[in-house]
Design a protein around this ligand. Structure first.
Ligand SMILES: *Cc1c(COP(=O)(O)O)cnc(C)c1O
Length: 226
């Protein structure tokens, strides 16, 4: 399927989910996740008006950034190794995977200006998932005030890959509640307005629960060629 065709379906689904909960679809940013596809496919997405691209590996981000550059806004969505921060710091507009102090320190040191970041929270508590534990998130975000180059603009999570809609919804809702709680503190380092949640299989649910940034790979630019 072409990106254009996929996008028609995705936009309909977004519209539907928004209507259900009386939100405007203008509040939802689609991040096209291009991690498994070619540069050409990523360029096709940009041509279709997907100006936000997400990559989960530094190599993938650098390869695509070299060609596409400023034509897109770049989101780093994968787990980030401290030693690789310096390679991508000037190329990314957002990092979605802030989840430990060492990465906060490294970004703070390497960034030349405050960088918009999402703190990744492991809401489901699955051991396989990255992210800070739910109970530790508030203390962690408070600590970030000591690192002025990190601006916590929102929270990010990945829901478990399960059929049970209630479980998935519950994860999204819990992240939203945490977002509300942090936002109320009015911490300078953490305006925390946004929710990065929802992927190909669950973005409608995520939108119903308040997602502002959905990260879509397979349904948009896939199915992936192995
Ligand atoms: C791969 C990936 C996505 C997109 O997944 P799809 O199921 O292909 O839409 C979203 N977020 C993160 C963090 C990812 O690694």
């Amino acid at each position: 399927m072409s990106v254009a065709n996929n996008l028609v379906t995705i936009k309909q689904n977004i519209e539907q989910a928004c209507q259900k909960v009386h939100r405007s679809s203008d509040e939802v940013t689609i991040i096209g996740v291009t991690k498994y596809v070619t540069i050409e496919k990523a360029e096709e997405a940009v041509k279709q008006g997907i100006y936000h691209l997400g990559e989960n590996r530094t190599e993938g981000l650098l390869d695509k950034h070299k060609v596409i550059g400023d034509a897109a806004t770049w989101h780093f969505i994968g787990s980030l190794q401290s030693r690789k921060v310096k390679e991508i710091i000037d190329k990314v507009d957002y990092i979605h995977s802030i989840d430990r102090k060492s990465i906060v320190k490294e970004i703070n040191k390497r960034a030349s200006k405050p960088l918009d970041c999402f703190v990744q929270v492991n809401v489901s508590g699955e051991e396989s998932k990255h992210g800070i534990a739910l109970e530790e998130a508030e203390t962690f975000i408070n600590m970030i005030k000591d690192y002025p180059n990190i601006k916590v603009i929102g929270l990010m999570t990945m829901a478990p890959f399960v059929e049970d809609e209630r479980l998935v919804r519950n994860v999204f809702r819990t992240l939203r509640e945490l977002r509300d709680q942090i936002q109320k503190k009015e911490w300078d380092q953490a305006p925390c307005r946004y929710l990065s949640m929802g992927m190909s299989n669950d973005y409608q649910l995520a939108i119903e629960e308040g997602a502002t940034h959905i990260r879509i790979g397979t349904s948009l630019v896939g199915p992936y060629e192995e």
